[in-house]
Design a binder for this molecule. Structure first.
Ligand code: G3P
Length: 257
């Protein structure tokens, strides 16, 4: 089964940032906890200062690492990811912020290791490329990500999405891989022709933007539709009834197989 075949199945659940209510988001443990609990996994990638693709959601390290407790990094405030080298990022703890007793450290997860894990466990991955256009050129970002996917030979298991739609346009010139444009506050003008221009296969939107007519229009035009972030079972039923293909969730996991 390839990714587009998977997307034909009904009522898909995506583990948002890995199973992030069971383990610290975007860590290897969050990937492990997703197995059997979701149809596929979503994680976020961006580049370190020296261009290594790592797994991290926020632009800064403040919320999900212990960086603010390490005085050696005081000069790097506000702790933007793009200001830290890979060696520096490896010295941080990505787990303790999550556990109430502060007891469990988690190491940095690289895109390389995440892709190996996905391949070895026959999983499917939605890789969201964070918008890091303030620090790197679009081509530079896409080239790094494409190289990682090619190195691991897992393009049949990966769907790439981004709020920075330029990345998606470039990816399609380099890889045969499904892509999805992300939308947060508003739809792009002339939505269908805009999406066709990007060459994307799907559209993932904020739940607050969803309406039945738009979902029907997108599905009829051949695009798959994903909605984030949905943590109510009732709401998930309404969305699936509208024709939404998948929802990103922090908690609506399937029973563990
Ligand atoms: O990729 C869908 C969803 O995860 C987008 O929202 O804020 O988690 O990147 P965010």
């Amino acid at each position: 089964m390839n990714f587009l075949e998977l997307l034909n199945k009904p009522e898909l659940i995506v583990a948002h940032r890995g199973a992030n209510s069971l383990s610290p988001e975007n860590t290897l443990n969050a990937l492990k906890k997703s197995i059997g609990r979701a149809d596929f996994i979503e994680i976020d990638t961006q580049l370190s200062k020296d261009g290594i693709a790592i797994i991290m959601h926020d632009d800064t390290l403040l919320r999900t690492t212990n960086v603010s407790q390490l005085s050696e990094f005081d000069s790097k405030k506000p702790y933007r990811v793009c200001d830290f080298t890979f060696e520096e990022l490896k010295r941080l703890d990505y787990g303790s912020w999550f556990y109430t007793d502060n007891s469990k450290a988690e190491p940095l997860l690289t895109l390389h290791d995440a892709l190996i894990f996905i391949k070895e466990n026959n999983l499917f991955l939605n890789l969201e490329i964070k918008d890091i256009s303030y620090a790197f050129s679009d081509n530079e970002v896409v080239e790094k990500i494409v190289k990682e996917i090619n190195d691991i030979q897992c393009s049949d298991r990966v769907l790439v999405s981004s709020f920075r739609h330029e990345y998606l346009k470039i990816i399609k010139t380099k890889l045969h891989i499904p892509t999805a444009a992300l939308a947060e506050d508003s739809h792009p003008k002339e939505l269908l022709s805009y999406l066709r221009g990007l060459g994307v296969d799907g559209y993932c939107l904020n739940d607050e933007l969803v309406d039945k007519k738009s979902v029907e229009m997108l599905r009829e035009a051949g695009f798959f539709v994903g909605v984030y972030t949905v943590n109510s079972t009732l709401r998930s039923h309404v969305l699936f009834e509208m024709g939404v293909n998948f929802i990103f969730s922090d908690s609506l996991y399937k029973d563990k197989q």
